[in-house]
Design a protein around this ligand. Structure first.
Ligand code: 0X9
Ligand code: ZN
Ligand code: ZN
Length: 418
């Protein structure tokens, strides 16, 4: 018996240290509960097994006829699959073995050891030194500041990108990496900054944009979570702040903004993926973003980059009411996704988030909008579930290129406002 226990312990340690090892045999399933009975079954399963909701990110957001992507731990797969059959709940297997796809994610070889490779995912330390480097190498275009510290005392940085003119220019605020596991998001913010410095003076539309606008770019908002997703749990979503009276860690940064905080589509339970926090702006990372938007004069647009689902969303999320400028936002979103589609044919849906994805309060887009930034958008980048959060590196380039076209459309629209 003792030997068996020791062996078990040994196996656990080994599995825990092999990257992806902890997800060997896990599957990602897509299902569509069609009635209350099937939904109830899903609730029971989620109650007994620690299943990881990918899209939507938590059980509360599941409704009948909405599609649900779940990562099911290896040990439960056959059990759950057979129970699904019994309940008449049809399901597709999106990912057959999470570990395999996790390894495939790094499918890009690093050919250059000297130049920063924008077609690879990067750890936080690399991103941090990249920021310092690109800022010092491009002093006429870029400056960087610390906007705050994370729960684990790391610096949160912002890059200001735009031609220095001395005047205050209309500004677009863009953040990435609010949710830790959505790695394509920080990759896009880095791509955007690269494109800006490389095309300034060469590409006419980018040059005009940078002459007339400033961009404030936060490449990684949730730094602690991002690091955790690299080192401990690839599918971590929340911040890493400790919660009172429980071992469950973290708050959903996109439920922690002061926009009808925790009224809908968010959870009061710290163990849930959509935990709204102990109060609005309880998270230092959220406060850091909100403070910049409050203090910086001239912010005309807010853009936040997430994944996955291929959507361009705008307020409101906390209510089904439409904003006063709904028609204008819808027009911009339609044109932006049209521009995006032109490159590789990638289809995006668009509209007010409460209708298009699900109602939820405390989001950054709604907060920025109500604060007065009337052009406020959330992008959910590639894909639609084939890889989900494990989007292979070979898709970084096409994803970023097409997204640039959407951002370019929005930025041009803002630059041309009277
Ligand atoms: O639920 C979210 O926070 C976003 N989706 S994600 O899968 N990346 O987590 C959607 C955000 C839409 N906007 C608001 N809910 N305010
Ligand atoms: Zn790297
Ligand atoms: Zn997200």
């Amino acid at each position: 018996m003792m030997e068996a226990l020791l062996l078990l312990g040994f196996v656990a340690v080994v599995v825990g240290t092999v990257p992806g090892g902890q997800y060997a045999g896990d599957k990602v399933l897509r299902l569509k509960p069609e009635n209350e009975q099937q939904l109830q079954f899903l609730r029971e399963v989620a109650h007994t097994v620690k299943i990881d909701f990918w899209q939507p990110p938590s059980l509360e957001l599941v409704t009948t006829n909405s599609s649900v992507d779940l990562r099911v731990p290896a040990g439960w797969v056959s059990d759950i699959q057979s129970q699904l059959e019994k309940t008449g709940l049809k399901h597709d297997v999106l990912i057959d073995d999470v570990k395999t796809v996790m390894e495939k994610q790094f499918d890009q070889v690093d050919l250059s050891s000297t130049r920063y490779n924008y077609e690879k995912y990067h750890e936080w330390i690399e991103i941090e030194s990249w920021m310092a480097k690109i800022a010092t190498e491009n002093p006429r275009l870029i400056s960087w500041f610390r906007i705050g510290r994370s729960y684990e005392h790391r610096n949160i940085f912002i890059l200001r990108v735009g031609k220095r003119t001395g005047a205050t220019k209309p500004t677009i605020f863009m953040d990435c990496g609010m949710h830790a596991r959505e790695w394509i998001s920080p990759a896009f913010c880095q791509w955007f900054v690269k494109e800006a410095v490389e095309s300034y003076g060469k590409n006419c539309s980018m040059t005009t944009l940078l002459n007339n606008l400033d961009f404030l770019v936060v490449p990684v908002v949730n730094v602690d979570g991002y690091i955790y997703s690299w080192t401990k749990d690839r599918f971590w979503r929340k911040t890493r702040s400790r919660n009172r009276g429980t071992v469950c860690v973290g708050t959903d940064a996109n439920r922690n903004f002061n926009a009808k905080w925790c009224s809908v589509g968010a959870s009061r339970n710290p163990c849930d993926e959509t935990y709204c926090g102990s109060h609005a702006e309880s998270e230092l990372e959220v406060k850091a973003v909100a403070n910049v938007i409050r203090k910086y004069k001239g912010i005309k647009a807010y853009i936040t980059i997430h994944s996955y689902s291929q959507m361009c969303l705008f307020p409101y999320s906390y209510t089904y009411s439409l904003t006063s400028n709904y028609k204008e936002l819808n027009f911009i979103a339609r044109k932006a996704v049209k521009a995006l589609k032109n490159l590789h044919g990638t289809q995006y849906t668009y509209g007010p988030a409460a209708f298009i994805i699900y109602p939820s309060a405390g989001g950054s887009d709604d907060w920025a909008f109500d604060f007065g930034v009337k052009y406020s958008f959330t992008f959910e980048l590639r894909d639609t579930g084939k890889y989900g959060f494990l989007l292979p590196e070979s898709q970084i380039k096409p994803t970023c290129e097409e997204t640039m076209l959407a951002i370019n459309y929005i930025a041009t629209y803002i630059a041309n406002l009277p």
